[in-house]
Design a binder for this molecule. Structure first.
Ligand code: ADP
Length: 215
């Protein structure tokens, strides 16, 4: 399976689509947001990382890529990796290309999940995640069977620190400033595949599967 790089505004549903792809096809899932949230906040580096994340900015490119590389080396990465949010600046485009050369890895597909700012904000503010297994829910659109409890593992559902209105707006502005040039870069090279963030996650998933079936 080829790698897939997901590029999208915050809360467009990258994590949800990755979960569906992992369950159906067995990809590895590498979410830079998850890797960064797991950095120990009691260290000097961790403190800085958590500060940047809660302000809605972007963590240093080299630091993100050193974490990506470290994590990839623990995986059987030739079997196909979903890069969820890994490329958010033009510098990261370069670092990813270099990583592919270093690890002899195919670059794979670049999929953009398109969503308006209003809908992304509604998703962000209603998002819940399982504190134990990470499964994603939404207070209105993807409710668990029992309120506050994960259907899969029984863990407690929590909101992310950066899913509040002020941080969301900053994350969206960061997206416009830093990530849109990445989209233009891949678009100009005819390498950008666009799918739409639909109300039903399976409708977006079907669009992604169409890409995979055309391989
Ligand atoms: P979202 O895409 O919904 O904002 P993520 O969980 O993917 O959520 O990312 C959360 C935060 O982690 C981002 O707002 C940013 O601060 C940081 N982050 C994630 N990926 C990167 C990256 N590739 N480069 C820099 N910072 C990143």
């Amino acid at each position: 399976m080829k790698n897939i790089i997901f590029v999208a505004p915050p809360a467009a549903g990258k994590g949800t689509q990755c979960e569906l792809l992992v369950n159906k096809y067995g990809y590895h899932h590498l979410s830079t947001g998850d890797l960064l949230r797991n950095v120990d906040p009691s260290t000097e580096v961790g403190k800085k990382v958590h500060e940047v994340m809660s302000s809605g900015g972007l963590v240093d490119d080299e630091l993100v890529f050193s974490l990506i590389k470290e994590h990839l080396l623990t995986l059987d990465y030739h079997k196909g990796v979903l890069f969820d949010g890994a490329i958010r600046t033009l510098k990261q485009v370069e670092l990813y290309d270099q990583l592919c050369v270093d690890l002899n890895m195919d670059r794979g597909h670049v999929i953009f999940i398109n969503i308006s700012e209003e809908r992304a904000m509604a998703r962000s503010l209603g998002r819940l995640g399982c504190s134990s297994c990470g499964k994603i829910y939404h207070k209105v659109n993807m409710k668990p069977e029992v309120e506050g409890i994960c259907d899969v593992c029984g863990g407690t559902l929590v909101s992310r620190d950066d899913d509040n209105e002020i941080t969301f707006k900053n994350r969206f502005n960061t997206y416009l400033e830093k990530v849109e040039p990445v989209l233009d870069y891949y678009r100009n090279r005819n390498e950008l595949i666009t799918v739409e963030a639909m109300d039903n996650k399976m409708d977006t998933f079907a669009q992604i599967e169409e890409v995979l079936n055309n391989d």
